[in-house]
Design a protein. Structure first.
Length: 299
């Protein structure tokens, strides 16, 4: 009997400059960050994000021999489930319930594999934890996690001359990461202000069956680029307008920026009823990393 299948995500670390452009850190960045975290005292590895407590630690499994980073989200006492103890353990006391997230660097690349439980830190909370603990972002720049995407997604976005339709969902945690320089970004910010900033914003902009007006299509694609580069979205779809081969017109190119993220599903552990160990999780992540390496460009 196999354990529960969990999704393994792959992300790189990027710095967002004041113009909203993402710059990927080098191949040694994640290993250096884990070394930095391992050198910190426990108090320096703890943060609070939206009144939730997060703490991280670096450890290593023996089989397989892999160094990993574990970031835990502590569940408040009011949200604890009922606990059943084995006979003779009535005197035991649980100090905390922690939802873990595991990070394993993909050696020799700028990427990491990430596995999280359903209640673990979301991407915004993880980004905040890394930024706070790392203390390496200054001035007008910001830290972000950028997913590894299928094939030529970013190239398609860069080559587009416009967009005829856009659907976006931005959660409250993502609003702070959105520069808001484009008309689309400003529209998201205004919608959030209408709900006092504590709401998710969903926006659909479409030219329908009418021909996309040139200036409007160009403005829309700039907004899409701003949102995607900032990583502020939880859902994002767009119909891009690509120049035709003969240069005389455009063709429509639909793209789902979430679905195009590269992920793998791996069974973790031997049974859904067993408590998972770090070895169970890291072993499954190592299998996913092997499959991920096959997707990377050669050379």
């Amino acid at each position: 009997m196999a354990g529960k299948a969990r999704t393994v995500f792959f992300y790189s670390a990027v710095e967002i400059d004041k113009d909203g452009t993402a710059h990927q850190f080098g191949k040694d960045w994640w290993s250096s960050f884990l070394t930095h975290v391992a050198s910190l005292d426990e108090a320096d590895r703890q943060t609070y994000y939206h009144r939730r407590h997060f703490t991280g630690e670096v450890a290593e499994t023996t089989s397989p021999a892999v160094q990993y980073l574990r970031v835990g989200k502590q569940r408040p006492g009011s949200d604890w489930p009922d606990i059943e103890f084995d006979e003779g353990d009535e005197g035991a006391r649980i100090a905390a319930i922690v939802e873990p997230l595991y990070i394993v660097p993909v050696t020799g690349t700028a990427y990491v594999a990430i596995v999280r439980t359903s209640g673990a830190a979301n991407w915004e909370a993880l980004t905040d934890w890394i930024s706070t603990v790392g203390k390496f972002i200054d001035g007008d720049t910001a830290f972000a996690l950028e997913p590894y995407t299928n094939r030529d997604q970013l190239d398609r976005l860069a080559s587009a001359v416009g967009a005829s339709k856009v659907y976006l969902k931005v959660d409250p945690e993502g609003l702070d990461r959105l520069p808001g320089k484009s008309e689309l970004g400003q529209a998201v910010a205004r919608a959030a202000d209408a709900g006092a900033g504590a709401v998710s914003v969903e926006i659909t902009v479409s030219f329908g069956r009418s021909r996309a007006e040139e200036a409007g299509a160009e403005g829309l694609i700039e907004g899409v680029r701003e949102v995607i580069s900032s990583g502020s979205y939880s859902h994002a779809k767009a119909t891009l307008l690509q120049p035709s081969d003969d240069g005389a017109g455009v063709s429509k190119d639909p793209i789902d920026f979430v679905m195009d993220r590269v992920t793998f599903r791996e069974a973790v552990g031997d049974s859904e009823d067993e408590v998972l160990t770090p070895e169970d999780v890291v072993s499954a992540m190592s299998d996913a990393i092997t499959r991920f390496r096959e997707r990377l460009p050669k050379g």
